[in-house]
Design a protein around this ligand. Sequence first.
Ligand code: SP5
Ligand code: ZN
Length: 357
Amino acid sequence: MIILHDPATLLHDTVELLGSKLVPAYESPARVRAILESISNSHHSLEHVRLESRDDDKQSLLEIIADSHGSEYLAHLRDSFLQWREKDLVEENGSILPECFPVANKANSANRPPKDIFARTGYFAFDMSSGIMKDSYKSILASANLARSAVERLRSDDLSAIVALTRPPGHHCNGRKAGGYCYVNNVAVAASQWRKHAPGAKIGILDIDFHHGNGTQDIFYADSNTFYTSIHGEDEFPYYTGNADEEGVDEGLGANLNIPLRPGSSVEAYLEFLRLAIDALGVFAPEMLIVSLGFDTFRLDPLGSFQIDTADYETIGRSIRERLGNIPTAILLEGGYVVEHLGANLLSFIRGWEAGR
Ligand code: SP5
Ligand code: ZN
């Protein structure tokens, strides 16, 4: 398997409010470092991508991101840390977090960015796990660029699948707000990149992070050419989406399939529902598949509650490949927070994928 990594994704290192404590964000550079370590001891080929050194690449990347992300939001991700710095509101090695979120109210729909520099951080986020530090924007773009590069490699090399070590992850971002450690939706970037070559192409998205990919669902909710399906913890973060009755809207009605599973679900239950998601994707018959791969379904994960073990990821990888493996697939990293097990879990998934042909 070819695995793509950009060292700039390791720069973003922030804090979050978790429960009652401000802590180093669980979504940390150590996650990808651990994966890199495991890959270096395997036969897989790790390829480095370096966005920073390519200005022309950055320009075209921004155009692709702009398909699904608002310009004021992107400017906020780019500029807000420096704006706080200029006013000495944050230390050079600090992080900025929201102070106040917009709420629907009777007087107005609170849909304009506020002028106040503190308030804007809340306007462009939906939770307190999306801190912005001095290098966040570099990592955010590097991560999105990995998603784009994965698609380019799939197209040019005629590969069945490729893995991108996208960090920060993307599936909670809807193009207007950061949240759940996500700033740019890497899945949407990959989809746009594919459609740059194949306008209107049917694309399938399989989201197997523990959490519902509210951002991805939102971006494609009215799109009949994009089938989104997710298996996730019921009534868990991000709390306001992920119900089975969310089936898409307008043209997109029927192209969204949510499969919430009880917290604590066994691997047997998981695999049964995974089968449903895979079958639905098979029926949709996309020309390209994107997998949002999260390892917070792991039994020890502090942010998840499923009973999935390392060896089970092999079964999961194989099940997907057996049914959908003739579809070019970009596998993008989402969550997974037990650093010591991340590498083994990813290698297990890939082993299954490779066995499933
Ligand atoms: C990409 C990704 O996996 N983002 C997840 C962010 C989750 N952040 C909030 C977690 C809140 C957990 N609350 C305690 C639940 C303990 N079961
Ligand atoms: Zn997650």
